[in-house]
Design a protein around this ligand. Structure first.
Ligand code: AMP
Length: 427
């Protein structure tokens, strides 16, 4: 089977690496890809936003499956358009991708199907949103309804912050994403990411992870797309997974099917594990980045077989096996990130780093004059596996320290909660 993978980040490099290992694969193409993906796939210049051009390429190269990495093309309806041309696609329809594309849609689904989540209100005008916030008090969470590149959420500890966040949404800071606002109750507990592979009817649990969103050690500083992750998430015990499936994922699958938008693809539940049990913070409709990188390190089965089963509605007959080991990834970012990253600095030493037993996924890299250079905010994902999170952490940092890239930086404490827990358990 020929496969076309869409996307260009570390998530897509990890997917390419795993798909390339499948005996089912004849040839892998990626668009636009990056130099790391280029080692696993033939890179093709395609405008992903031009769905008819993508379809023409698929027909020409006899693509048997298109795998969509990022959320943008899903919300833009690439799955529907390609399917309309008779092309098999792994990724939810535009209607099903509303689980990520509209926070209000998801909150209403939760209300209708009794799915545990933070109490909320939806507002399309500033005055009524302010009145609600003033009634509820702080801490409180303000969210732009639509996709805002991870920047549309404010956890406000003071009334001034909350009101400023509402002003920012309604004055157009997030474009159309902020035209509607969700205001919700502040939840406390431990966060975890939970993934399911879905075929419209069946949801197959597909791994757990925890990530680090803040740029600085000790979880301080501005939010980022993610500075590192590890899998599994210790808080997601088998009982917690079972409860999450029963209380959150399965009603979601039933609800989506009942509204005529059955969910097929990766369902990524951002959870808060509270004293009362798991509560849904948000859904994403694709793999997390960098969570995908740690999941792919632990997946023992053939990813391409599983993706095909999801597309064909055959997941009820499948299982997914995971390594008992822990995986951990550290993001190396370019100086300036999450503001404006410096581009163009030369990166050396990746072979030496890989020789430490780590897998190095490329995110924002490019080739310039034969040299590997930084070409984005998050640039490399140094990923390792070990008997414990602590061991994986040690291996990942040993590899990372062999990378020669003075303009890059990383957090030095990825996995700290899990490592502390392991140490407490051992003593
Ligand atoms: P989101 O983009 O919805 O995942 O939100 C980004 C981050 O904001 C989450 O990972 C949480 O850390 C935090 N957050 C979102 N909603 C809530 C909530 N209701 N209570 C507490 N923290 C939240």
């Amino acid at each position: 089977m020929n496969v076309l993978l869409l996307g260009s980040g570390g998530r897509e490099h990890a997917l390419a690496w795993k798909i390339a290992a499948s005996p089912l694969l004849t040839k892998l193409y990626a668009a636009p890809g990056n130099p790391g993906i280029g080692r696993e796939a033939e890179l093709v210049k395609l405008d992903i936003a031009d769905h008819s051009a993508v379809a023409a390429f698929c027909k020409d190269r006899e693509i048997g499956l298109v795998v969509v990495g990022p959320e943008g093309p899903l919300v833009a309806g690439i799955s529907d358009d390609l399917r309309g041309w008779g092309i098999r696609v792994f990724g939810p329809s535009r209607a099903a991708a509303r689980l990520e594309g509209s926070k209000g849609f998801t909150k209403d689904l939760c209300a209708r199907y009794d799915i545990p989540t933070a109490a909320y209100g939806r507002f399309a005008d500033l005055a009524s949103a302010k009145a609600y916030v003033e009634k509820m008090g702080t801490p409180i969470v303000i969210k732009a309804d639509g996709l805002a590149a991870g920047k549309g959420v404010t956890v406000a500890m003071t009334m001034d912050e909350a009101l400023a966040a509402l002003d920012a949404c309604f004055d157009g800071s997030f474009g159309t994403a902020g035209a509607e606002v969700v205001v919700e109750e502040f939840l406390t507990g431990e966060e975890a990411s939970f993934f399911c592979l879905c075929d419209g009817t069946t949801a197959l649990p597909f791994g757990t992870a925890q990530d680090h969103k803040r740029v600085g050690d000790g979880d301080v500083g501005p939010n980022t797309g993610g500075m590192g992750a590890y899998s599994p998430a210790p808080v997601m015990t088998p009982q917690m997974v079972e409860r999450t499936m029963r209380e959150i994922v399965e009603p979601t699958m039933r609800g989506m099917a009942a509204t005529g938008a059955p969910f097929a693809g990766i369902l990524f539940a951002g959870l808060m594990i509270t004293d009362e049990g798991p509560k849904l913070i948000e859904y994403n409709t694709r793999f997390g980045d960098p969570e995908c990188q740690v999941l792919m390190m632990r997946l023992k089965d053939d990813l391409l077989v599983l993706l095909n089963a999801a597309v064909d509605g055959q997941l009820a007959h499948m299982s997914a096996r995971w390594s008992d080991e822990a995986a951990l990834t550290v993001v190396m970012a370019a100086r300036g990130y999450p503001g404006t990253p410096e581009k163009g600095s030369v990166i050396r030493g990746l072979d030496e780093a890989a020789s430490e037993g780590a897998q190095i996924f490329h995110a924002g890299t490019a080739i310039n004059g034969g040299a590997l250079v930084a070409n984005g905010g998050r640039v490399l994902n140094v990923t390792a596996i070990g008997a414990t999170v602590g061991e994986a952490q040690k291996k990942a940092y040993a590899a990372l320290d062999r990378i020669d890239w003075p303009q890059g930086f990383c957090r030095r404490d990825i996995g700290w909660q899990a490592v502390a827990r392991e140490k407490a358990g051992a003593s």
